[in-house]
Design a protein around this ligand. Sequence first.
Ligand SMILES: Cc1cc2nc3c(=O)[nH]c(=O)nc-3n(C[C@H](O)[C@H](O)[C@H](O)COP(=O)(O)OP(=O)(O)OC[C@H]3O[C@@H](n4cnc5c(N)ncnc54)[C@H](O)[C@@H]3O)c2cc1C
Length: 450
Amino acid sequence: MNKRTFLKLCSAALASPVLSPLLAPARGDKLRNWAGNLQYGTEQLSTANSLQRVQDLVRKERKLKILGTRHCFNDIANSTDGFLSLKPMDRVVALDPDARTVTVEAGMTYGQLCPYLDAKGWALHNLASLPHISIAGACSTATHGSGEKNGNLASAVSALEMIEAAGNVVKLTRANDGEDFRGAVVGLGALGVITKLTLDLQPRFMMQQHVYQNLPFRELRDHFDAIESSAYSVSLFTDWRNESMNEVWLKKRLEPGWTSVAPPVFFGAKRATRNLHPIMELSAENCTEQMGVPGPWYDRLPHFRMGFMPSAGKELQSEYFVPRLNAVDAIFAIQRLHDRISPHLLISEIRTIAADDLWMSPCYERPSVTIHFTWKQNWPAVSKLLPLVEKELAPFHPRPHWGKLFAIPSEQLRESYKKLPQFVALSRKYDPQGKFQNEFLRTHIFRFLS
Ligand SMILES: Cc1cc2nc3c(=O)[nH]c(=O)nc-3n(C[C@H](O)[C@H](O)[C@H](O)COP(=O)(O)OP(=O)(O)OC[C@H]3O[C@@H](n4cnc5c(N)ncnc54)[C@H](O)[C@@H]3O)c2cc1C
């Protein structure tokens, strides 16, 4: 199934006044992830437009996988049995100015939520590179943006509602459910169907974005801390070819009354004279406004604009989280592989993320730096490179992004997550028969602890 067909199916479901029946893709169409690198294992796709419908489906089906906006590159969202999409459940349920929270239905995307919040005077603390993704799917895989003081997107969740395997409603809050809550937020789709999420808010703010070109690696080595703390959110892009960061994206918050003048040179890098795409050859039309033009938080924190193709489209992605303390060593370890990596790469991105307390988050109790790879869509080549990259990063105990491609063996993953046994126990509490499990979860999570 192509993207247009998927959207058509979902909007047909949205228009339906009653329960949406099973939606089979048109004959011959295949259900795929966003990048198209993965054909899912079944065409059976149901949609739900009410809590009752979710409960009925969960009770009826023996196996079920929840599909968000399909932006993962690996098998984490795959199923051979049947999918459930909550896309029609995309409304704001409540905005609570006193508690500074918003509660949304789980089918909503950041792109839908953010302009609404901004119009009401509110903001989220951070966003990923793209707003197109579902909030529930993003939080389930610990999706992140950048910024030394910014936790990943899941760290804004203060409450969630989900349907457990027996079809009952479960409500968990940060305030009342301590450990269970911290285990459930980055739930990898293993615990149940998230139907609502409550997110922390802050007053809306303005930002400006400047891009610099060609920051020498030696400056990075000597001044990494200063570079990373120079803006609210910092992204470094490199193709590893010239011992420099091709682009440095600085996203600054503009406090009321502030004006910020960007110097022409930043650690040896020159201020760009026009908007740029992280992949230089691609049109910056798809990207959020740069050149210091002030704009609302939701139109500067992501790199890519809603309504436009994010990134390159035909690509693969991998990303590794290493401890913030090892950032420079880890970056230079990858630099050693530049002649192997560069021919197969579209671009790499380096970001920082604050530590959190969510059990399955790659930033669990660890301030982190991420080294990301947007690869050309050539799996035979990329599959050979991933073990090399992981070997170089091994001294730094890398944790892979849950939604991207990696080769790290499950045994090693298990060692990386000290709360994994508790996570398995929590999953069993809500899903004793493994209704929401799939091959990915069995391989990486449940294999050792049956
Ligand atoms: C172009 C591009 C750019 C990206 N940029 C970033 C980035 O900046 N930072 C970053 O960290 N990641 C990034 N990603 C990765 C992306 O954020 C994650 O893959 C994210 O999980 C996608 O959300 P989704 O809704 O598409 O999830 P899906 O792929 O649809 O599902 C992901 C997981 O969430 C589960 N899930 C979804 N909805 C529910 C629900 N309601 N209840 C229970 N489980 C649910 C699924 O079962 C599955 O396990 C990017 C991906 C792409 C394609």
